[in-house]
Ligand binder design. Structure first.
Ligand code: ZN
Length: 241
């Protein structure tokens, strides 16, 4: 399994960047996790639009789905240019009316992610996070390897068992420690470290980072609570497990 970070920012992208998003590849199958602002541009550094096999949207906040409309048009145009059009599957929960807006003509088709256990080569599990809107953490497994994406979440005890023994925990770390408890629905690097430590994750990767301060401090705070390898996601730097 190969995990390629496409963006690392929370809320909105920095200049020439993208909001938190990851491309996951196994046996040539490409799965996009979240499709916020800047993601479509970043994605095309690694694969073409038509190579994309499936998309998961963790929740209906703009920084996780802002580029879905642009993705619809990309599929429309690319399907018009080929004799071999492909419908792109988009997986998300259906507890929001926006679920239906994910389907666009014959170019994309929405599926309820909570009723899905397999996407291509990936076995899938979801669990609700602690966020102001209904949001899902995602666990993917293939060939005995696993990755857990917390998506957006404040501290939630049940994420420990959900993430247990995962090869990689990709955790949001939107807060510096001093903001813990002041901003609902997000974790600090310190809390991401505690989650990774208690879950016995083999590696921790931080994403959904803030636009102010020095994000290296968030990593330092995570390293104070987590004993294995912790890094900040680097766009384009693949992680292979
Ligand atoms: Zn959110």
């Amino acid at each position: 399994m190969r995990i390629i970070p496409l963006g690392i920012w929370g809320g909105y992208p920095k200049a020439n960047g993208a909001t938190s998003s990851f491309l996951i590849e196994e046996d040539g199958f490409y799965l996009l996790l979240d499709c916020g602002s800047g993601v479509l541009a970043s994605l095309q550094n690694y694969i073409s639009i038509q190579q994309l096999d499936a998309v998961i949207i963790t929740h209906y906040h703009h920084d996780h789905m802002a580029d879905v409309g642009a993705l619809h048009y990309a599929k429309l145009i690319q399907n018009q240019l080929t004799d071999n059009p492909k419908t792109l599957s988009i997986y998300a929960h259906d507890r929001d009316d926006q679920f239906h807006s994910l389907t666009y003509k014959e170019h994309t088709q929405a599926y309820n992610v909570t009723q899905t256990s397999q996407i291509g080569p990936f076995t899938l599990e979801t669990t609700e996070t602690n966020h102001p809107v209904y949001c899902l953490a995602i666990r993917l497994e293939a060939k005995g390897k696993s990755v857990v994406f917390t998506a957006d979440t404040g501290w939630k005890e049940s994420l420990i068992s959900f993430s247990q023994n995962t090869d990689i925990l990709v955790s949001e770390a939107n807060l510096y420690q001093e903001y813990e408890g002041k901003i609902p629905g997000h974790m600090s690097g310190r809390q991401a470290g505690i989650l990774a430590e208690k879950a016995v994750a083999k590696q921790l990767i931080l994403t959904h980072l803030p636009h102010f301060g020095n994000i290296q401090y968030i990593l330092e705070e995570a390293k104070q609570t987590y004993t294995n390898q912790a890094t900040i996601a680097v766009v384009g730097q693949s992680i292979v497990i």
